[in-house]
Design a protein around this ligand. Sequence first.
Ligand SMILES: *Cc1c(COP(=O)(O)O)cnc(C)c1O
Length: 360
Amino acid sequence: MTSLSDLPLRANLVGKSPYGAPQDPVPVSLNVNENTHPIPDEVVADIAAALERAVRTANRYPDRDFVELREALAGYLGHGLTAEQLWAANGSNEVLQQVLQAFGGPGRTLLSFSPTYSMYPLLADGTDTAYIDVPRPTGYRLTPESVRAALTEHAPSIAILCGPNNPTGTPLDRETILAAYDAFDGMLIVDEAYFEFDNERESAVTLLEGRPRLLVSRTMSKAFAFAGVRLGYLAADPAVIDALRLVRLPYHLSALTQAAATTAIKHAATMLATVDDIRVQRDRLAAALTELGYRVHDSGANFILVGGFLDPNGMFEELRARGILIRHLGIAGHLRITAGTEAETTEVIRAITELTTLSS
Ligand SMILES: *Cc1c(COP(=O)(O)O)cnc(C)c1O
């Protein structure tokens, strides 16, 4: 046995930790922002049939350009998008990695605004792209002024705006995206992993026309309740898609993934039927915790970031001991909680209420 420090690892990976949200088999798992509702039976049956058909021809490589899936994704996004503007990979994490492989790399930079998605700096490290971390303004909301200042100063190769932002839940406004696009000449990614939960804003895909450096990434892992299948996608100018073809591994999307995702999209309305209720549960959770004296940050996503915990690690562990897993991200005094089903939300509210009363 040897240890990692004995190996000739690339310098920019030395001392780094892998992505590591705990995966505990607890009854109430509200730590990675999944849609916690099961997939409806009718959709399961249809996907199983599609998988059976795909298995029969699995002796052959799958469609390298997954045209049928891209057409389905374009149809789902609407706004006149076509398959040429769509791309997909095994999770939007892989899509983002491909973007960094194509537009980042040694001597280049990726900028984002913290606190934000913990994978951005890891993807930068993995592609030897320097990561520039710019703190968000107080309250976490990005403004046209704040993004303009940062992007003008640093002129990064790539910038990512996450909206709604993980882990804060903060929505992202159209004016901020437009100000960012005009402030530098690199690639601008808008990460819309939680878009379907924000019923107040239009998608950044409506801004694609005439903006070839704008990339909008989405995923089926959150609202779409399909995290286990690993399907993330991106809408952008066809030239950007051509760039991603240079770095993707051939046949990166398996025939099974293509069949499952294409079939699930046909059932989009059914798959997304729980989104309204998740939003109701999120607001119920926020109201209950506010009532207990915690500070709940404004959220357009399926989770809330909550401040005011004197001992967030203690609360995290007490909940875990009760079979409830939430997320402790190392933001002082804060914890992040995913809105689950009505029953799960009731349980987490009851447990936090009990623990808060005990400690006061
Ligand atoms: C969950 C999440 C993703 C999605 O990851 P997948 O690889 O598609 O499962 C992307 N961006 C953010 C901000 C997320 O929170």
